[in-house]
Design a protein around this ligand. Sequence first.
Ligand code: DGL
Length: 282
Amino acid sequence: MTNLSPRVLLFDSGVGGLSIAEAIWRQMPAMQLSYLADNAFFPYGDQPEKRVIERCVTLVQKALEDFPADMVVIGCNTASTVVLPSLRAAISLPVVGVVPAIKPAASLSRNRSIGLLATPATVDRPYIDRLIEEYASDCQIVRVGSSDLVRMAEASLEQGSVPVEGLRPIIEPFVQAKVDTVVLGCTHFPLVRSSLQQAMPETLNWVDSGEAIARRVQYLAEQQGVAVSLEGRAAHELLFTGNEPVGLDAWIARMGKGRCHLTTDFPGSQVTPRRGLIRSDG
Ligand code: DGL
């Protein structure tokens, strides 16, 4: 082990990637994170592919200039389904992407009826057709793309739940198709999993990609010879291209990551004028 401060740069359009941060910290409590959210341009699920690729690659490169990392995690399904080749060509670090957990869902479903809950962009991507063809060709996959739910989750970081009544129209196609398994194909959705479970109590399996990403991060860190199970203090940066999300302090406190303070500069970013840096030491 050569590096005592393993660090991951974790990217999303908003607070959704925090569900990946939780999964990483569950497995490696001392992993240091630089969290970068392009929330000035949120939600990505409504944006043209080309803009998502441009912004993601530019922002990640600029963040790495100021916050060097051992690897990059794109904690956003919408971006991952299009950006990985360009990002891997642009930087020399390992890049981990997150894609909807169709494969594990297919191995769990008993009635072969599966719901895919993601952004409108993700549900339509050819990448998803290929995943289904490869791993779930014997299943009925009901696709629901909802930017409304992404917005609801983005706004509910403080309480970690959304009103169940508001979910009913979104999940209705799943209820009609009697799916027994739902893939949370957007990293925002594990943040409101308990509300979704309340709205569809008969669903047997709720599958997301958090643990798989954490395992991949651990594997890559070990390959690089960095220590991943350190106890003790770690510093985490949280960088936003837009305003600080409501409820961030509450989330940091829930994670047990100690006090944080806000500075107002993200020196690497030229992409948007408004920049925030919150440093959490704990
Ligand atoms: N959290 C993201 C995802 O996993 C993006 C949501 C959005 O910005 O539309 O797809």
